[in-house]
Design a protein around this ligand. Structure first.
Ligand SMILES: [Zn+2]
Length: 323
């Protein structure tokens, strides 16, 4: 009697492997982040993020068409403002690059879903994510600024606003603010579970948002904590978040799976700049096969439970998947 079990039977041909594959990665899973800057005719590569660029607003319509043509359904807009101050008031200025870019993208490709990143650190002179009182980010004083920012992005045309600041109570405040202005169909994708991570380094260069003192550990989460992630996710669901995000992605896939199992909301992950930069650096050295590593990495995020993957690899990966 042959007692050997033979799982290899289902791997014998590419047809068999296609038939039994459990996770299918698609361009439809991706959100491509876009960085907009003041000025005109600008497309400048970000040194620590090869293949990613700063764009002036006049460039984003063409970029949006290119992204949509690849089958990617959404973009998230980040930006550098014209001016910074203590409270980050350029974050809700309708003439700032982010608001103008959102409008330009929706005008060019109305079906492309546009996500606005709601935070103040790119807009404050001190680089923290809220209003400061004696070197302490004042939670409740910050909320009205976040609400104004979210409303301004909805007014510009954003389909989704995505608060990334980790202030308590901001999802409820933003929901109430949007509803009061008539934006009942603007979704909230909450950065519900955002860790104080070393993997954000290249992004901070990209948006010039490194805090002028201290760090963000008083509001972003301790990388050692998992149960706290479930608390944060549950609170944001209660407050009205439509989509729950875990950030960063790769070294928190255990958290992605736990949050996926604990909530009925779609899960998003942010495949952050440090994760991207490591792959690009190793690929540039010829140490890894970039295409293979990227697709395997993005598949791992989907397998863990994410439906939405915000990634700088989106355009390359979409092209590879449809080649
Ligand atoms: Zn921030």
């Amino acid at each position: 009697m042959n007692m050997i079990q033979r799982p290899r039977r289902l791997r014998i041909s590419s047809g068999m492997r296609d038939l039994v594959r459990e996770t299918e990665l698609s361009p439809r899973d991706f959100v491509y982040p876009i960085f907009v800057v003041p000025g005109e005719h600008i497309k400048e590569e970000i040194p620590s993020m090869p293949g990613c660029y700063h764009y002036s607003v006049d460039q984003v319509a063409a970029l949006a068409r290119e992204i949509a043509a690849l089958g990617i359904p959404a973009v998230e807009v980040f930006g550098l403002p014209e001016y910074k101050d203590e409270i980050g008031s350029s974050a809700w200025d309708m003439t700032s690059p982010v608001q103008r870019a959102i409008t330009a993208i929706k005008d060019a490709v109305p079906e492309l879903v546009v996500v606005g990143d709601v935070c103040l650190c790119q807009y404050t002179s001190h680089g923290h994510c809220g209003e400061l009182h004696d070197h302490y980010v004042d939670n409740d004083a910050t909320l009205p600024h976040l609400v104004k920012t979210a409303i301004s992005q909805a007014r510009a045309g954003a389909d989704i606003v995505a608060p990334s600041d980790m202030m308590d109570g901001r999802v409820a405040a933003i929901r109430a603010g949007l509803d009061a202005e008539g934006f009942v169909n603007t979704s909230i994708m909450s950065y519900a579970v955002k860790y104080a991570s070393g993997y954000y380094g290249p992004f901070r260069d990209a948006v010039d948002s490194t805090p002028s003192f201290g760090d963000r550990r008083q509001y972003q989460m301790d990388p050692a904590n998992a149960r706290e992630a479930l608390k944060e996710a549950a609170l944001d669901v209660q407050e009205g978040a439509d989509i729950i995000m875990v950030k960063p992605a790769l070294v928190y896939l255990d958290i992605v799976r736990q949050v996926y199992e604990a909530t009925d909301r779609p899960i998003a992950v942010y495949n952050v700049s440090g994760e991207y930069a490591m792959v690009k650096a190793a690929a540039a050295n010829g140490w890894i096969d970039e295409q293979r590593i990227v697709l395997e990495t993005l598949t791992s995020m989907k397998r863990a439970g994410a439906k939405i993957i915000i990634t700088y690899h989106a355009m390359d990966a979409a092209a590879w998947l449809t080649a």
